[in-house]
Write a protein that binds this ligand. Sequence first.
Ligand SMILES: *Cc1c(COP(=O)(O)O)cnc(C)c1O
Length: 495
Amino acid sequence: MEVIYTSTRNSAETATASQAILKGLAENGGLFVPNTIPALDVPFETLAKMSYQEVAYEVMSRMLTDFTEEELTYCIRSAYDDKFDTAQIAPLKKVHGANYLELFHGSTIAFKDMALSILPYLLTTSAKKNHIKNDIVILTATSGDTGKAALAGFANVKGTKIIVFYPKDGVSPIQEKQMVTQKGENTFVVGIIGNFDDAQTGVKNMFNDKELAKEMDAANLQFSSANSINIGRLVPQMVYYVYAYSRLVADHSIQAGDAINVVVPTGNFGNILAAYYAKAMGLPIATFICASNENKVLYDFFQTGTYDKNRKFILTSSPSMDILISSNLERLIYQLTGNDAEKNLQFMEALAKEGKYRITPEMKEKLSEFYGGYASEKETAETIRAIYESDGYIMDTHTAVAAAVYQKYVTETGDQTPTVIASTASPYKFTRSVMNAIDHAYDSQSDFELVDTLNQLSGVAIPQAIEDIRSAPILHDRVCDKAEMKAVVKQILQL
Ligand SMILES: *Cc1c(COP(=O)(O)O)cnc(C)c1O
């Protein structure tokens, strides 16, 4: 069965998988959603014997139906290779009664690698399939991790350029260093005076700018997006939930068919939406625990049915979740309306105009599989320290938000369902916050001293990504105001 992708804002706008990946965003700010999610008709016992790459093929081939077996296998093999520091790609660790799905074993040590290591291959394959002659310009807004993962994925990929905007004062020092040291003639990194939402809005505006699109086309260029609004990001993220489940079956923690819960530290709502889509494919997930930091717009939404971004933007120790507009939530809202693009558009227009919208009681009822929770900065730090002290396992700040919310959930509900916690970054990426949480005695150490101390405490080898930036020269120093983003893009592209 062919899966067709439809815009959340216009039911007449449809695309094949490869066209949707190429476009990134639909017209008018809409997002592409699959019109159906085919069943994963492979027994879990069979999946339990497969490698990550084989599971990836089973899941992705059902969603990206216009890719040939050869094309998809090529993309999967090119992405999930020894860029990852373990053959398991996404190992599952049992710690303190939960299963931590470590999604940070790729080249930039955060979960964005899971999708961004394959997106360049999906995109260049899509361009070929659709006889595109233009070069693809990847335009990306990042709260820290997407940027580096996208840069690493696209660096020196023929027929592509990549421009990354990040909030100059809104990412960790290591995140910034990772980006500004990026090699590759086709890579451009720009810090903006503004926050992540400003960066994301600026990027969205450029995607919707018809004038700019014309000028680009005349110069044989066209935009695409590596942000999690691209379905080429979402589909690869469905894979690891199926993989995690199959490992639990393999080690007899559960029997095929048993329900699990998932806990996802959430920002743009991409990761948790991928889990939701995996359920639609047949993965038995009972509850989706959506964990927020102090920017708890999603927690409030699940509580009240009102999405309201009119609030103070808080810089936390989990910067990749410092987001007030969770773009991918639109895909869920669209589904809650019964796939009614017009209704969805009304909500999104209200969000753009008033910064908020309220869903109907009927829509809210359909959210019963979701549990929204949040963790304060203090609770997050305490969780890191407590799990280190009890189990010797050191997690990053984002994962700790999830772990803290999971503890609250269990206390509140008593639910003992086996649970997978999406572990989204290596503690080495947020070393200072992690070490501060464990003991303030380390506060006076330099960033790289902290790396060595973390290594001693955890016994986990220092990732190559960290070794690499210790000595790397800074290659990007562009900074601009949020109002100048378009001008900077035109300058970079020589338009
Ligand atoms: C991006 C990111 C998140 C949030 O994921 P979404 O898909 O945007 O919800 C959480 N943790 C880390 C480390 C991230 O990089």
